[in-house]
Ligand binder design. Structure first.
Ligand code: HEC
Ligand code: HEC
Length: 378
């Protein structure tokens, strides 16, 4: 067992000598409970590793932003270089309001509101800090980031968060059961699967399936034509799904799948998610493949009624307008490239003049009289 780990009481009396101000209020045992709030991101103790946040062994006396292999924010590194060393006072201030004390820190933690919590958690961290007068704990088990075995077992494979930097968990970090911000619970695999239906232009995310133009024509005629017209020309003011090629430079371009849309994955996703309007999710995956094949046919992207669209050949289909879309390379925009702050007020010299007005752009008819519809602006 840990012969080095001081009992909370002993820690408290040692502190009484070292730091009379904080001593009376610090209670390492209570601090262990407070540390639960930190566990989602930090480890401390033997085998502690960097997680979302750096490991917190030997924190007291440590220069801020210096744990090897941890990618700190620039702000935290700068604070360390300016001489910030973690001790009772600096930790108290930081933990009360991290974003205020280190402007630009990537620790997404609102802070501890109660002074006693702050003092207690510092006391707890001291039990893992040699510089605090207590040898670092070497023998007891490492504090693992919080885990709920039952939920974890039910939720294999372990779900990971999507984004990487700053306010969210990095890609490979486990989402704690209580959620990153202690809200909600970990989603179950079935729930994730039900939501996770997006499809990428390269076809990733597609369900296995297939369907021909001829099969699609049957479905389309029965379930889509009432609104979108037999040939995709649109009934009344319902959206047009075909045609419009060569109109993009007109005053009123006709933007359709064939004339405008860059990727077939959007068509598949849109239809699977939202169509037929009012009865979404009523088509099978094969049904969606067939009807999308038929939309390609209506747009002259394929000409053979026997053409079969499947998850295998999907990525090989290119829509005519794809090449006119360019990747958003914002970093090359002059203002960003020069790292200038974007202009946020009074950017246009001189008085503002209205040169044009928006026309009715809404595609979902909700009124007999367009001029009073939601999108009607004169
Ligand atoms: C949501 C994740 C998260 C939570 C919760 C969190 N931290 Fe952090 N913590 C971080 C990150 C990320 C950093 C690195 C900050 C930076 O680089 O700006 C950090 C940095 C720190 C540092 C500076 C360490 C160093 O090496 O300079 C201390 C001290 C710290 N956290 C203590 C705590 C304590 C104590 C708690 C609980 C009361 C806590 N943190 C809760 C993510 C978190
Ligand atoms: C009851 C009328 C209705 C039916 C039936 C219907 N749709 Fe739609 N569809 C709409 C409306 C309305 C929109 C536009 C929704 C919006 O943008 O708010 C739309 C949009 C679309 C779009 C996107 C068009 C664009 O350019 O933005 C596609 C593709 C589409 N529908 C395909 C289908 C297919 C395939 C079916 C049959 C399986 C179908 N729709 C059945 C009403 C309908």
């Amino acid at each position: 067992m840990s012969k080095y780990l001081l009992k909370p009481l002993a820690v408290a009396s040692l502190l009484a000598l070292a730091h009379p101000l904080a001593a009376s209020a610090q209670d390492a045992d209570a601090g262990e409970k407070v540390f639960r709030k930190c566990k989602a991101c930090h480890m401390v103790g033997e085998d502690a590793k960097n997680r979302v946040g750096p490991e917190l062994n030997n924190l007291l006396g440590r220069q801020a932003g210096t744990v090897p292999d941890f990618k700190y924010s620039k702000a935290m590194e700068a604070k360390g270089n300016d001489g910030l060393v973690w001790d009772d006072d600096t930790l108290s201030e930081y933990l009360e309001n991290p974003k205020k004390y280190v402007k630009g820190t990537k620790m997404s933690f609102a802070g501890l509101r109660k002074e006693t919590e702050i003092q207690d958690v510092i006391a707890y961290l001291k039990t893992f800090s040699e510089a605090a007068g207590t040898p670092a704990e070497t023998e007891s088990k490492a504090e693992e980031p919080a885990k709920n075995d039952e939920a974890a077992a039910a939720a294999e494979p372990v779900q990971t968060a999507a984004a990487s930097d700053g306010d969210v968990l990095p890609k490979d970090a486990e989402v704690p059961d209580h959620g990153v911000f202690h809200l909600g619970r970990k989603a179950l695999p079935d729930e994730v699967e039900a939501w996770n239906i997006d499809i990428r232009p390269d076809g990733s995310g597609l369900p296995v399936g297939r369907g021909t133009v001829a099969q699609g024509e049957v479905i389309y005629t029965e379930t889509c034509a009432v609104c979108h017209g037999v040939f995709g020309e649109g009934e009344g003011r319902w959206p047009v799904l075909a045609g419009g090629q060569g109109t993009l430079e007109d005053d009123r371009p006709e933007k359709t799948i064939g004339s405008y849309w860059p990727y077939l994955s959007t068509v598949f996703d849109y239809v699977r998610r939202a169509m037929p309007f009012g009865n979404a999710h009523s088509l099978s995956d094969n049904g969606v493949y067939s009807v999308v094949a038929y939309l390609l046919y209506l747009n002259d992207v394929v000409t053979d009624e026997e053409f079969e669209l499947s998850n295998e050949n999907f990525a090989s289909i290119k829509l005519p307008n794809e090449e006119n879309f360019i990747a958003d390379n914002r970093l090359e925009e002059p203002a960003y490239a020069a790292k200038e702050e974007p202009c946020m007020k009074e950017c246009k010299p001189g008085p503002v003049e209205i040169t044009m007005r928006a026309r009715v752009l809404d595609v979902t008819p909700d009124s007999e009289d367009d001029s009073v519809g939601a999108g009607a602006i004169e």
